[in-house]
Write a protein that binds this ligand. Structure first.
Ligand SMILES: *Cc1c(COP(=O)(O)O)cnc(C)c1O
Length: 392
């Protein structure tokens, strides 16, 4: 591994691109092999690394990419990505020309937006999808009249081209809820009369793709399930195929010391050794996204679960070891080590949040190591980008 190291600290995230590929392939097969998979790689691919995840997803059969903001789409283009990229969020009409220049597909959220967008399209044609709000209450058109007028306006304009139409579900991950049925009905009603076969019609996020494959226009905007995470805990029981978690997080013990009975650990001196104890210091802290609320949570050291003790610092935290361990011992904070496994869901539970948030909050200071066939394909370290090795 050493000849390929492009970071100089003992904390790193591993992104298993084989798992991404497996998760995408599974969805492609689930859709019967003929569906459209839009790989959602917003927020740096939910913290995993947008370019590498996008490449793996496309290789596995995804057809296009989606992000939240124009900057994210430009970033992918700058890295050499050629496939269609859809910006799901609300973009500023002022940014229409740059979007045309980069061949980025935007989302139209209202007739007013489209009229403004047209004014900013000076050269070339803006491609966009129309967003319908069927009950999320976030972005999009709710009225058929406005939709019809928008479609007519775009048809009459030489600088606008509609490429698709979509909506977003608010509760597709809730097994007991019938809210998605209402949204499906509202979507169908708004679509009534639209017969443009060139348009991509889509409504499903991961949850809807996994659960309602016969009702989703054979298209899925695949986010969380591509990363191997279940859209909700309750869905874990009813997945049509198993998911493989792609991200794991590791560090190494950088200092080991014996703390005498009564000795204290970390800020506030809140932890007191109950007996003579072995303490290991880990070079990972809340500035990496390993938040302070994770105090007293467990990590895996030497194949065993051990506890974090004392307050988590900005760059470091301490663990209590069952026995003396050598400095350099690998510690797994998320993922598998020996017989033990800490899933992202466990961290989410500790933080009283959803699994989505956990990889997203891993900061840019944590280098991402991309694995294929268990070997390192590439390392990305945004904070010293120019040193990043690339074997890809
Ligand atoms: C983020 C996002 C998705 C992906 O949702 P998952 O639950 O992660 O599959 C799909 N559609 C839109 C509009 C989104 O913003």
């Amino acid at each position: 591994m050493n000849e390929n190291v492009s970071f100089y600290r003992d904390t790193w995230a591993e992104i298993n691109l084989d798992a991404i590929e497996y998760n995408v392939k599974s969805m492609v097969e689930h859709l019967g092999g003929e569906g459209t998979v839009i790989a959602v790689v917003k927020a740096n691919a939910y913290g995993h690394g947008d370019y590498e995840v996008a490449c793996a997803a496309l290789e596995a059969g995804a057809d296009m990419l989606a992000v939240a903001f124009v900057d994210e789409a430009i970033s992918l283009r700058e890295k050499g990505m050629k496939v269609p990229i859809l910006v799901l969020g609300a973009s500023r009409p002022e940014d229409v020309q740059v979007s045309i220049d980069y061949d980025i597909t935007l989302t139209a959220i209202s007739l007013e937006w489209v009229k403004k967008a047209e004014q900013f399209a000076k050269e070339g044609v803006l491609q966009f999808h129309i967003k319908l709000d069927t009950g999320m209450g976030r972005l999009g058109i709710t009225e058929k009249e406005e939709l019809d007028e928008l479609i007519q306006f775009a048809a009459d304009s030489s600088s606008l081209s509609v490429r698709g139409i979509f909506t977003h579900f608010a509760a597709a991950d809730e097994l007991e809820s019938d809210y998605t049925d209402c949204q499906f009905a509202a979507f169908k009603k708004l679509l009534g009369g639209i017969s443009n076969k060139e348009w991509l019609i889509h409504c499903a996020n991961s949850a809807a793709g996994l659960r309602f494959k016969d009702r989703i226009f054979n298209t899925v905007r695949l986010g969380i399930a591509m990363y191997g995470l279940s859209p909700s805990k309750e869905m874990n029981k009813e997945l049509p195929y198993s998911l493989q978690e792609a991200l794991s997080l590791h560090t190494k013990i950088v200092h080991v010391k014996k703390l005498p009975k009564g000795g204290k650990v970390s800020y506030g001196a809140t932890y007191t050794a109950q007996e003579d104890e072995w303490i290991g210091t880990l070079p990972v802290g809340y500035a990496d996204g390993w938040l302070r609320q994770l105090k007293e949570s467990e990590v895996i050291a030497g194949g065993k679960r051990v506890q974090i003790i004392g307050r988590i610092c900005m760059d470091q935290c301490m663990i209590r070891l069952p026995e003396k361990m050598p400095e350099g011992t690998k510690v797994t904070l998320i993922g598998r080590q020996a017989e033990e496994y800490i899933p992202i869901d466990e961290i989410a539970d500790r933080l009283e949040t959803i699994n989505y948030e956990i990889p997203c909050i891993l900061s840019a200071r944590v280098p991402r190591m991309f694995l294929r066939n268990k070997s390192i394909m590439e390392v990305r370290n945004p904070i010293i980008q120019s040193h990043s090795a690339s074997k890809g």
